[in-house]
Design a protein around this ligand. Structure first.
Ligand code: XIL
Length: 338
């Protein structure tokens, strides 16, 4: 899967960020994405702030184009994301006077949002990341507005609303740090309760934004697949990319251009390490191909990755195709594996 068709780039500024919408204007990148991937995920255009920027105002243009493009090319769409604490405007949680909504009012607003989107794309979108990032690293609930106002059942309510709107859509819970046993256990317990209560959930996604210099232990990555599989739902890798920059780079001053250490290209040794880490990961993924239903890369080629802008502008090399949309050694290695 790939976010190529509806691609938005974040540029970090002194505070916050601005989002630049650029539906694909790059025929070569699009061709590579369509050739090598069979599932498309919108990177930003279906997030609340983009698709539902003001009360009662929806902007479906980019999402519609993505869905049409996918249909024209026989690709599935896995949409991202219906309920999240980030990239969600403040008004969502407030009434017209700016007072915090009641539980009932926020549930109603959540229901409207989910019904409007999932209803519009009924039969056209294969699956949704219904809720994104609801847990802390220690396995407790994240204190988001969703959690604080509605309570812990906000997650299951979101799944119920999505199922009402399209009973055939696949419905996923998505999060990161699934390699951390505490977090994994907290999520596992919650999902297990949801499943026992009959809430319609089809799968769980592990984002997998990793760094080649700070990879979680491989056995924990493996457990993040196998331990969820016992719930009897799909397990997926949903946002894979591999940051190649050392953590020390981020300690440079923002105006110090020297932090952009690989601006002129990736040294062979780092390229090799990237290949090795991708290989280690896919050895695990392939070993569990009976339970792992999808691996989505968070972008197609290095030039389009969000990691060129996180936490500030820099040159990163996290994906399987280079800036000329040519396959990198890592991709050749994965093809040999498969
Ligand atoms: C990122 C996008 O890639 C950026 O363009 C955007 O500015 C911020 O969000 N986890 C997620 C994704 O679930 O939605 C995030 O995507 C990356 C981290």
């Amino acid at each position: 899967g790939d976010p190529v068709a509806a691609h938005t780039v974040e540029r970090s500024g002194a505070r916050g960020y601005f989002v630049e919408k650029r539906i694909i204007t790059d025929p070569k990148g699009l061709a590579v994405g369509l050739k090598h991937f069979n599932v498309i995920t919108p990177e930003n255009v279906m997030k609340w702030e983009e698709i539902h920027p003001e009360p009662g105002v929806y902007d479906f243009e980019a999402a519609d184009r993505l869905v049409e493009l996918a249909q024209a090319h026989g690709k599935k769409v896995v949409a991202h994301t219906l309920v999240w604490h980030a990239q969600t405007p403040d008004w969502v949680f407030e009434d017209e006077e700016g007072n915090e909504l009641s539980r009932e009012a926020l549930l109603e607003r959540m229901r409207d949002h989910i019904h409007t989107i999932v209803g519009r794309y009924k039969g056209k979108i294969f699956g949704y990341d219904v809720v994104n990032e609801a847990f802390n690293r220690d396995g407790s609930f994240r204190e988001s507005k969703w959690f604080n106002i509605i309570g812990e059942d906000f997650i299951q309510k979101a799944f119920e609303f999505a199922h009402e709107a399209d009973p055939n859509a696949q419905l996923y819970y998505n999060d990161y740090h699934m390699e951390d046993p505490e977090k994994r256990q907290g999520i596992h317990e919650y999902l297990e309760e949801m499943i026992e209560a009959g809430v319609p959930i089809s799968g769980v996604g592990s984002q997998s934004h990793f760094s080649i210099n700070n990879l979680p232990p491989l056995d924990q990555i493996e457990k993040s697949i196998t331990e969820f599989a016992d719930l009897g739902i799909d397990v997926m890798i949903t946002e894979l990319d591999l940051n190649v920059l050392p953590a020390s780079v981020y300690q440079y001053d923002e105006d110090d251009k020297e932090r952009d250490i690989y601006r002129e290209g990736l040294p062979d040794s780092v390229q090799q390490k990237l290949t090795d880490v991708y290989t280690d990961l896919f050895e695990i993924y392939l070993k569990h191909s009976d339970i792992l239903t999808r691996v989505t890369l968070w972008g197609v080629s290095d030039d389009g990755s969000w990691l060129n802008y996180l936490p500030f502008e820099q040159t990163n090399y996290p994906l399987l195709f280079d800036r000329n949309k040519e396959p990198k050694p890592a991709l050749h290695a994965l093809i040999r594996l498969a």
